[in-house]
Write a protein that binds this ligand. Structure first.
Ligand code: FAD
Ligand code: E1W
Length: 460
């Protein structure tokens, strides 16, 4: 039951972060209203019926568990043990993500996840208004929201004491806040775009696997300056994403027809092309997505409006952490809010103080990961540092933890993972630079440096 002492909460955007936040706040006794531009996905089908799969890691799973969705989501998810690298010569190798099957990530359909979240939020008492697009907002005592009914085009006004913006990277609420007071917005385009394609499930011959390629992996076809990836879902198909520069050779500027794209795939992704029966239609019909990092100096207007998720800190997708980070935002805000509902100005400032350094850290790590991902031919010095890193991780499991593990399998603040990662990287350079193989590296000295520079990670 909503607590009558609390002001009603208005959320813009019922995507992944908005619907989780609605659920967590409703569970804590708040009256929650969500305004979502799209139609109800349970009625309309999700985003035109396209299926897009996402990787869920420990941070995101934690938020879903708090919402009571841990088990339901596991039933929708496919385990990914590692990345399956498909080399140019056609051979492939599975590189495990973690130590064993307790350290894995999960692939699931964005649409199915969103529906599970909306259902859970409604069960907790949140009310969704679908087909309602935020058009403009003014900020006086509270927030005046101008909404457009997408079906009729009719405009109406909603007065709210405050508003939470979960309306994604192109946030209309952010634009309105920025017009009113200036948020110090900076958008850095990556210069690469993406296109989504689909590997369908195989006809289910009795007992045979429905997956056309290994189901329990994130597939990567690294090709230097560009790459494809594929993520499975529980229905047996894979979403393939081509990441490619916007300009140059090859690029989306050049590869601008299905025929040109087919030629690129015949040359660089021949094994993959044979799994894509709808290649031409997918390539022509699906838009080119843009990739950018969003930086803001401020996430809130005192006590009247606050941004979270992609609306506050959109990042490039190469660590698979955008949703995971947004779910951490939702948990942090719901917990602060429930404990300090009367002091919203403090709550919003405190939320921003806690989350902004972490958002900045994952933004930087996601950018770095693109380079590491798509380079198939890593240089020997890099490989030596990687091998030494493994040796040190084995010798000091509580101190030397690979950065990917800290980001993916723990809930250590991103900023701390980033800082520890930098110390570890500097240490590897110091120990390995000038060496050709592990044999000549002084491990006793290495042990001493690890002990001196890396405190044990607090037990998870
Ligand atoms: P969104 O999911 O974008 O939701 C915003 C919602 O607001 C939508 O429902 C939208 O319809 C609604 N809305 C927009 N404007 C308005 C308006 N004016 N009025 C009302 N409603 C509005 N993250 C991961 O963790 N793992 C991954 O594997 C992963 N892969 C990715 C791959 C790609 C190619 C991309 C681009 C991103 C990926 N991400 C991944 C990031 C992830 O998609 C986002 O971080 C996540 O969707 C953010 O959730 P959100 O709720 O903040 O925004
Ligand atoms: C993950 C879209 C997306 C999602 C992901 C990942 C990648 C590359 C991409 C990072 C990764 C899960 N990654 N995978 N293998 N090494 N790093 O871990 O989500 Cl492009």
């Amino acid at each position: 039951m909503p607590n009558p002492m609390h002001s009603p909460v208005s959320i813009i955007g019922g995507g992944l972060v908005g619907s989780l936040l609605a659920c967590l706040l409703a569970q804590r006794g708040f009256a929650v209203e969500v305004f979502e531009r799209r139609r109800d996905p349970r009625v309309a089908g999700y985003a035109g019926g396209r299926s897009i799969n996402l990787a869920l890691a420990e941070r995101g799973l934690h938020g879903l568990r708090l919402a009571g969705l841990g088990e339901e989501v596991m039933r929708l998810a496919v385990m990914m043990r590692g990345r399956m690298v498909h080399h140019r010569d056609g051979h492939c190798e599975l590189l495990r993500y973690g130590r064993d099957d307790s350290q894995v990530i999960w692939s699931l359909s964005r649409g199915r996840l969103n529906i599970a979240l909306i259902d859970a939020a409604e069960r907790a008492g949140a009310r969704f208004h679908f087909g309602q697009r935020l058009h403009e907002a003014q900020f006086g005592e509270g927030a005046t929201l101008q909404l457009i009914d997408e079906a009729s085009g009719a405009a109406h006004t909603h007065e709210a004491p405050f508003v939470l913006g979960c309306d994604g990277a192109g946030s209309a609420l952010r634009a309105a806040m920025n017009r009113a007071h200036g948020l110090g917005e900076r958008i850095e385009e990556l210069g690469h775009g993406y296109k989504e394609l689909e590997i369908p499930a195989r006809e289910a011959a009795a007992g045979a696997a429905r997956f056309a390629i290994e189901a329990n992996a994130l597939h990567i076809w690294p090709r230097g300056n560009y790459m494809c990836i594929a993520l499975p879902n529980a229905e047996g198909h894979f979403t393939v994403t081509l990441f490619l520069p916007n300009q140059g050779t090859p690029s989306f500027a050049q590869v601008d027809t299905a025929a040109a794209a087919r030629a690129l795939f015949e040359r660089d992704f021949a094994d993959l092309l044979s799994l894509l029966p709808d290649f031409d239609a997918d390539f022509s019909g699906n838009p080119i997505g843009t990739l950018a990092t969003l930086y803001l100096d401020r996430w809130h207007l005192d006590r009247r409006a606050l941004l979270l998720g992609d609306a506050a800190h959109a990042i490039v997708p190469f660590h698979g952490q955008g949703m995971n980070c947004g779910f951490e935002d939702a948990v942090e805000l719901a917990e602060l809010f429930a404990a300090h509902a009367q002091d919203r100005n403090w709550t919003f400032s405190e939320f921003e103080r806690r989350r902004r350094p972490n958002a900045a850290a994952i933004a930087a790590m996601a950018l770095e990961n693109y380079v590491e991902m798509r380079d198939s031919v890593a240089d020997p010095a890099f490989l030596l540092r990687r091998d030494l890193g493994r040796v040190l991780a084995d010798r000091h499991p509580d101190r030397f933890v690979p950065r990917y593990w800290m980001v993916t399998f723990s809930r250590m603040p991103y900023a701390q993972a980033f800082a520890r990662g930098a110390i570890q990287d500097a240490l590897l350079h110091e120990l390995a630079d000038g060496h050709a193989d592990l044999e000549t590296i002084d491990l006793t000295h290495a042990d001493a440096l690890v002990q001196a520079r890396l405190a044990p990670v607090a037990a998870a």
